[in-house]
Structure formats: C-alpha cells, structure tokens
Ligand binder design. Sequence first.
Ligand SMILES: Nc1nc(=O)c2c([nH]1)NC[C@@H]1CN(c3ccc(C(=O)N[C@@H](CCC(=O)O)C(=O)O)cc3)CN21
Ligand SMILES: CC(C)C(=O)C(=O)O
Ligand SMILES: [Mg+2]
Length: 297
Amino acid sequence: MSNITTSQPETTPASPYGTLPPASTPASRKPVSLPRLADMHARGEKISMLTAYDATFAAMADAAGVDCLLVGDSLGMVCQGLNSTVGVSLETMRYHTDSVSRGLRRVQGTAWLIADLPFGSYQESREQALRSATVLMQAGAHMVKLEGGGWTTETVRFLVERGIPVCAHLGLTPQTVHALGGYRVQGKGDAGALLKQHAHALQDAGATMLVLEMVPAALAAELTAELKHCATIGIGAGKATAGQVLVLHDMLGINLGKMPKFVRNFMADAPGVLPALKAYVQAVKDGSFPDDQLHAW
Ligand SMILES: Nc1nc(=O)c2c([nH]1)NC[C@@H]1CN(c3ccc(C(=O)N[C@@H](CCC(=O)O)C(=O)O)cc3)CN21
Ligand SMILES: CC(C)C(=O)C(=O)O
Ligand SMILES: [Mg+2]
C-alpha cells in the first residue's frame, strides 16, 4: 500500500540534534526559586542573569550556572531584526518562552525563568495584564517582567496577589523609546527622585525583582541599599546592584549594530561559548563585572 509507512524505521531514531549539555553539577544544584533568590539577596550573593531566546542557548547558560534566564523582548531586535522592541507580540513571546523552558526541562534545568510582557499586552487594564501573564506562565515562565513606574504599581499588585511573581523595570524602558527620545541614560538629576519613588511603590506592591537599565551608578547603589525585599538587577547601572543582566548575544560579541557601552565581550578571553558563559557568572559573583569606569554612567 503506502511505501511511506513501510519506509519508517521500527524504532525511534536518535535525535538528529544531539544532546543538550548536562547541568554542570547536577547533584549539588537546586532549582532557583523565589525564596532562594530572596536568600541570595539577603546574603549579598550577586544574582547572574542573561537573556535566552531558544532551547540550546538556554541549556548552555543553565549549564554554566546562570541563576536567572530572561526571555527578553529584545528578541525582537536580536532574532526578528526589528529596530525596537515595540513590534514584539505576545504570541512571539509565548513561542520563545516555550522554547527556552523546553531547553531547561531537557537538562533538568535549575535556572529561574523570567519572560517579558511585550508592549501593548499589559497597558490596557490589570485584567489584560493577567491574561497576558497567564499565557507566558503557561508556556513555562516562573515570573513576568513589565516596564515602567507609577501606573504599573496597581498592575504589579494585581498579578502578585494572584500568584504571579513580578519583576519590574525602570530607567531606560525600551518599549517607550519613542517617548524617551532614544536609548540614553535615565534618572539623572531631578528625575532620579521620581524613579526612586516608583521603585519603592513597586516593591510595596510586591515586585520581588527590579531591572534598572541605564541609570547613574549612584542612584542604583542607593536604591539597592534601600530596597530590602526587591533585588535590583542592573544593566548599565554600575556594580552595586544585587545582580546583573546582559543580552546573551552582546556578551558573546554577536551584535550587528553599535554595542551598548555597558556590554563586555566575554568571548574575547574564552576558548568557547560555555567557558564565556561561566566567566560571566564568575565575574558577576566576584564583582569584577561591571567595571564602573567602562560600563556605567
Ligand atoms: N542586543 C541588544 N542589547 C541590548 O542591551 C538591548 C537590545 N538589544 N534591545 C532592547 C534594548 C535596547 N537597548 C539599548 C540600545 C542601544 C543602546 C545604545 O546605543 N547606547 C549607547 C548610547 C548611550 C547614550 O546615548 O547615552 C551607548 O553608548 O551605550 C543602549 C541600550 C538595551 N536593550
Ligand atoms: C535587557 C533586558 C533587561 C530586557 O528587558 C530585554 O532583554 O528585553
Ligand atoms: Mg525587555
């Protein structure tokens, strides 16, 4: 009859894609959890975070010991070739979150998985934000991230009360680049006071992490000392924050445009991708990244 069925092998063939790398020290590594992140914050152990957009890189970063993976909407610029993150859809974020979480499951990953709520998926109402967050949590995220301060406070409270851990994001918020007028440092001078007020309100609403992007190092240091229940994660915000995040491709030296000033190329001194990822984790943990002179304002 059909030679299509008879030509199928009797047994399942080995994966043509090879095996994802195993976690480096499987026995000793416990899954990263919200209590563990709070404990790291309380003890002053630096939190390492990188973006991940696909299963293979997620598994590699996890194997290197990265604490948190962020499915960032920067994937619009890195993977989709958009010139901002404004055009990224919720369906695209769901697709990449699903891929990343599958990569972690295949290696019994221990990293904490955060996914960005994209532009337009949470601004309309708290109910819209809950629906969008649900899509990403059901795709495997452990926490969602949303940009902005002020009006976002009530949205954060709404999500946290309903069991969704939230990471806030202040300073350079790329989804509002057209309102900000470019990818430049935020919170200088008087604007710093408002940013601080927003950060405290977000902590009070239950945000347990806060990305500070391109803000003066002194402002990030003050906020990090003040916020006891919310771990600050810096990107171009100096070395005092509770943790650091970079776009994975940037720190591997893969960038078509101008590399932002806050990036360090960890491939420059590494023999391969996995050693570069391990060097990043080490540099964040021991405080040698970032360098305040080279990577901050
Ligand atoms: N690959 C990549 N890396 C990122 O860090 C990143 C993205 N994409 N996409 C989303 C946002 C956009 N970001 C950006 C984009 C550009 C600059 C930039 O050009 N900065 C310059 C100018 C600073 C200024 O004018 O003050 C710099 O020298 O860092 C910074 C952050 C950060 N995020
Ligand atoms: C740069 C980080 C913080 C981010 O939001 C992203 O990658 O989308
Ligand atoms: Mg983002």
